[in-house]
Design a protein around this ligand. Structure first.
Ligand SMILES: O=S(=O)([O-])[S-]
Length: 126
């Protein structure tokens, strides 16, 4: 079996998913019915800050947070809502979009470039 690098997997994922600019994410957030999920680790949020309206759900638990049949389920993982994922640089979130799609989330996208791109665009953090 041939093996793939992490970056091969991210590249393949990005070709199949919705990649949103930080400006587009901000725009969608003002519409009210969009959930922004931050997949970074707690230490990253403490060190670098966060986007105010985001919900923290570290990627390691993603499948368990997203599965409504499990006690770990987080209500923000709602298949009827628009969900946008972000991480630090857009790699983890691209892979996570694919995972959520496999789990039946149809309206899910990620922020290209992640929190770094959001900050570089001069958008607000807390
Ligand atoms: O997954 S990452 O792009 O934040 S390193």
């Amino acid at each position: 079996m041939s093996s793939k690098s992490a970056m091969d997997m991210v590249k393949e994922a990005k070709a199949l998913i919705e990649n949103l600019s930080p400006a587009r994410v901000q725009e969608e957030m003002t519409s009210g019915d969009t959930v922004l999920i931050d997949l970074r680790e707690g230490e990253e949020l403490e060190r670098d800050g966060k986007i105010e309206s985001s919900v923290h759900a570290p990627r390691g638990m993603l499948e368990f947070y997203a599965d409504a049949a499990l006690p770990y389920h987080k209500p923000e993982f709602d298949k009827t809502k628009r969900i946008i994922l972000h991480c630090a640089g857009g790699g983890r979130s691209a892979l996570a979009v694919q995972t959520l799609k496999m789990m039946g989330f149809d309206n899910v996208a990620h922020m290209e470039g992640g929190f770094k791109a959001w900050k570089e665009a001069g958008l607000p953090t807390v």
